[in-house]
Design a protein around this ligand. Structure first.
Ligand code: TXA
Ligand code: MG
Length: 328
């Protein structure tokens, strides 16, 4: 079942860090989505992540660290533009794919020579990472805390809904309220001459180009550039991901009895159940996953979404929605 901690005092975070050290799982909030954490150097603990998520075991995991100075031990080298990205956007909703060191074992990287690293921007996550570091923990491996292929959780309640049946009594779930960004981090491959976006998110192409002075390599487009082999590895890029139980339809006129998600200025057609009416693209990202879950709670069969247009975060929203729509 997993034990829920909603009062995350320093003591509670120390308890959670110790639980990680003991090989238990700790789900925790980040600014993007909630993660399901394990000691990134403990093969048995990491194996439990795969079991609890029901995720194929060759999919790599992101290692979360507390501070930039903890990066070196995980990687073997980093380019200048990689350093610029790390300095400018960490802590933040960005994961860098870098060449791994000995510490990043195959059970983290899915056997690849690279490792994904992130410093999240959330006080509970940073508090947990800091307490874990004080116990000589090197980093916390954490995928989104949902069952494989489902919608990522943006609240502790959603974590319970996804994983409650699979967690054991010694596992913990930290409640830090709703995630501020609401979509998973931007994943940037930093192993080539230019940064390459593997998964779009809140750190956008123009932000990357501005701080690095380097043009993004074959920028992420909605027709993904990711090669076949890579799309097996980058599980978030598989079709049929981020999918609620309801069937998702994009940019079509909603039929009566269906759910509807659209920016506030778009009216709700008669007989349609409005699940969200965000005022901005940022709010759209923040509430999207919760709105999809809400549709499932209301046993709605079909959810229609009017997608936000434009660049930046809207690209990430359309990326996730196109996969949700292919889901079932
Ligand atoms: O916002 C986030 O990134 C959240 C929070 C919890 O940090 N985490 C997250 O993890 O979304 P996950 O495992 O659900 O998605 C991470 C994606 C996966 O598609 C994985 O395949 C990819 O990152 N990934 C991890 N390491 C990689 C690597 N070395 N090379 C390529 N892709 C990698
Ligand atoms: Mg995920």
């Amino acid at each position: 079942m997993g034990q829920f901690l909603s009062n995350c005092s320093a003591d509670a975070l120390a308890t959670a860090a110790q639980a990680l050290k003991n090989g238990s799982l700790v789900a925790f909030p980040t600014e993007t989505v909630y993660g399901l954490g394990a000691d990134a150097t403990n093969a048995l603990a990491v194996a439990r992540i795969y079991e609890v998520k029901g995720r194929p075991s060759d999919h790599p995991l992101i290692v979360h660290i507390a501070e930039l100075k903890h990066l070196d031990q995980w990687i073997s080298d980093i380019s200048e533009y990689g350093i610029a990205l790390a300095r400018n956007f960490w802590p933040g909703p960005m994961t860098l794919i870098l060449r791994r060191s000995e510490l990043a074992k195959d059970f983290i990287t899915g056997g690849q020579s690279t490792v994904g690293i992130r410093i999240p921007d959330n006080s509970l996550a940073l508090g947990l990472l800091d307490s874990f570091h004080k116990l000589d923990g090197a980093g916390i491996a954490a995928p989104s805390a949902n069952r494989f292929g489902q919608v990522s959780p943006t609240s502790a309640k959603a974590v319970r809904e996804e994983l409650g049946d699979y967690l054991s009594d010694s596992d913990l779930v930290l409640d830090g309220g709703p995630s501020e960004v609401g979509l998973e981090s931007t994943i940037i491959d930093c192993t080539g001459e230019r940064p390459r976006i593997l998964r779009p998110g809140a750190i956008t192409i123009s932000m990357i180009e501005e701080v690095t002075g380097v043009k993004v390599a074959n920028s992420f487009s909605e027709q993904s550039n990711v090669s076949k082999e890579e799309s097996i590895r980058v599980s978030g890029s598989l079709e049929n991901h981020y999918a609620p139980k309801a069937k998702v339809f994009l940019d079509k006129h909603p039929i009566a009895g269906s759910g509807f998600i659209a920016l506030e200025h778009i009216e709700t057609p008669d007989g349609v159940i409005r699940l969200a009416a965000p005022k901005t693209v940022e709010e759209f990202a923040r509430v999207l996953y919760e709105a999809l879950r809400d549709g499932d709670h209301q046993h709605i069969d079909s959810i229609y979404v009017a997608q936000p247009t434009g660049d930046g975060l809207a690209i990430a929203i359309r990326d996730r929605l196109s996969r949700s729509a292919k889901g079932r």
